[in-house]
Design a protein around this ligand. Structure first.
Ligand code: GLA
Length: 465
């Protein structure tokens, strides 16, 4: 057992509140977040801020299970943009702060979509100003959370083969105003504003027999890569229905091939919104949970076997808050049971299916993926910046010194142990650049510590995937 001094040091190094720290210790090997992390992957769920604020049992379950969270509504245009000239960050700030306090990553959702647009948008945005609106929005939102977002859904639901457009792009307002170029504009603006975030194109409807849809998505990905657009991953939403279980299992080869084709473009894949509409299943709870769990397992047997798949996010953690009760109510009026935890936060077959697959899948390569920027404001040194590279395991540490100074730069793990001393010497005044390779470090929260004679700063760094 660690003694009190060790305990206090660990608590201080974790940056967590005491109850959260206790809880994290208890849950350390238990929740899905730790099973995923053991394979350098992440598991998490979409959440809204009001549930986190008001439901203590839910909050604890989220802390126990999730290594990443997606704001379900809080980062959509209609929540963030009360008017054409203003932004509201109150609720999104809450989510990002909650994630940081609990050592979680954030998957930002979504910067450009044809839905969830505020009503002022339709009378204000037009062909001549759409590009400026898109750029301004991305610069403001991505800029606010620069260094704090693991991955951004930069564009959402771009392809619609029924719309008969050139290249099968959805005939959305963004497309009507800017053509396919809106996708390029959005990715380039996001990359310029936060070079450390993993940039994702998020899409649905790739799991079944729709080759036209898969081909259109692949075509778009190929063109983006050819134009050197900074895209790093495809997000697969994964909103499934148990009614389609047989259809899913009948042709997994085409879905497997699609995943391989995406990976061959050098892209990562994230399952971003998984849930299973259980309307086809009978009233009996056990039968429903088994049917849902089986579909989780069937889906995992395809996606987890592709090493490009680095994370799995469900659209909610518990049946208590599934949006399917509104969008797809069951005929018998019973609540849907599409998620890993039940109404009382107990684990069900779906949870065990994910657990099994995380335990049995192969480990992904490690990369540094996220840095929390706020700590920089307290830095005694000027312009300290840690920039993780989204597709490698390097962390680039940059800083500027006004005069020469003795400086030690080290990496500290969440237990307060120095695991790497990167420098301990006199640095001359000017810009400096040091690299840390996280390849050999297990997933988790670390601190990049810079100690000079004037003081010390420690910047949180999350190693994940
Ligand atoms: C889409 C969107 C999400 C959410 C879900 C609801 O997948 O990307 O933001 O609205 O639909 O099922």
């Amino acid at each position: 057992m660690p003694n009190r001094r060790t305990f206090l040091r660990q608590l201080a190094a974790s940056g967590l509140t005491l109850p959260t720290f206790y809880h994290t210790l208890q849950a350390q090997t238990d929740g899905l977040r730790y099973r995923a992390a053991a394979k350098n992957m992440f598991y998490g769920a979409a959440t809204s801020e009001d549930r986190l604020r008001t439901d203590a049992a839910y909050r604890q379950a989220m802390i126990r299970e999730c290594g990443i969270i997606t704001p379900e509504y809080e980062m959509k245009w209609d929540r963030m943009r009360p008017s054409a000239t203003t932004y509201n960050f109150v609720d999104s700030d809450y989510i990002v702060n909650f994630a940081r306090q609990n050592g979680m990553l954030v998957h930002g959702h979504t910067l450009c979509w044809h839905r969830a647009l505020p009503s002022w948008f339709f009378g204000t945005v037009n062909r001549s100003n759409a590009e400026q609106f898109l750029r301004d929005h991305i610069q403001a939102v991505v800029g606010r959370y620069r260094g704090q977002i693991h991955s951004w859904d930069v564009v959402n639901e771009v392809i619609e083969t029924q719309d008969n457009t050139f290249n099968k792009l959805r005939n959305s307002l963004w497309y009507q105003y800017l053509g396919e170029n809106y996708v390029d504009i959005a990715f380039r603006a996001a990359a310029q504003t936060d070079p450390s975030a993993l940039l994702v194109y998020n899409e649905y409807g790739v799991e079944f027999d729709d080759n036209a849809r898969r081909d259109a998505i692949l075509g778009l990905l190929q063109r983006l890569k050819a134009r050197r657009v900074p895209i790093h991953a495809l997000g697969i939403q994964g909103h499934l229905r148990t009614a389609d279980s047989a259809k899913f299992n009948a042709n997994t080869a085409a879905f497997r091939k699609f995943l391989s084709d995406v990976a061959a473009l050098g892209l990562k894949i994230i399952i971003t919104e998984f849930d299973t509409d259980d309307r086809s299943l009978p009233t009996n709870t056990q039968q429903r949970d088994d049917g849902v769990g089986r579909l989780y397992g069937d889906f995992c047997s395809v996606v987890m076997n592709n090493p490009a798949v680095i994370g799995f996010i469900t659209w909610g953690l518990t049946d208590k808050y599934t949006e399917l009760n509104t969008s797809a109510p069951r005929p018998d009026r019973l609540p849907q049971r599409p998620l890993p935890l039940d109404l009382a936060m107990q684990r069900k077959s779906a949870w065990y299916a994910l657990e099994w697959w995380f335990n049995n899948t192969s480990a992904r390569p490690r990369t540094v993926t996220s840095v929390t920027a706020e700590a920089l404001q307290q830095a005694p040194l000027d312009n300290v910046r840690c920039a993780p590279n989204p597709v490698s395991s390097w962390l680039d540490i940059q800083f500027r010194l006004e005069g020469s100074s003795q400086l030690s730069v080290s990496i500290i793990d969440s237990r307060g142990r120095v695991i790497a001393t990167l420098a301990n010497e006199v640095f001359q005044s000017g810009e400096h650049h040091i690299r840390w390779d996280a390849q050999e470090s297990v997933n988790g929260l670390y601190w990049c510590s810079l100690k000079s004679l004037q003081g010390q700063t420690a910047i949180p760094v999350v190693v994940a995937r």
